[in-house]
Write a protein of this length. Sequence first.
Length: 147
Amino acid sequence: MKNPFATAKTVAEKFPVEKSPEAWRAALSPAQYAVLREHATERAGTSPLNAEKRPGTFLCAGCGAPLFSSAAKYESGTGWPSFFAPIAENAVGVREDRSLFMTRTETHCARCGGHLGHVFEDGPAPTGLRYCMNGAALQFVPQGEKT
């Protein structure tokens, strides 16, 4: 798999799906808006998606883009849904995050720019990456159901 850190998108980049803050607020729950549009982080252990074990696809809660397959999900012990790879190389973008007095790699939906979480280089094989996602940024569609 190609290194996701090599293709970081910049904050000023345009995304295929763009809406006004008012339109995003109307389309999302308050928790989803806080995470996806304001870069908030949900409390660890609060998302039901962390315990989701069924086969299926995790979509962006903002625009419905497929982001992660359940086949790449694993229990990281962090309290957030974690994956070792996105569903496709171009599904998730990354950019540098210097908030909280540290440097991390933020992940966002490549389609709408919604904040998803962060990616770290302490994950399992085969990628060695841990995509640590906010459950509020995702929706789960079980295998066999329409996305």
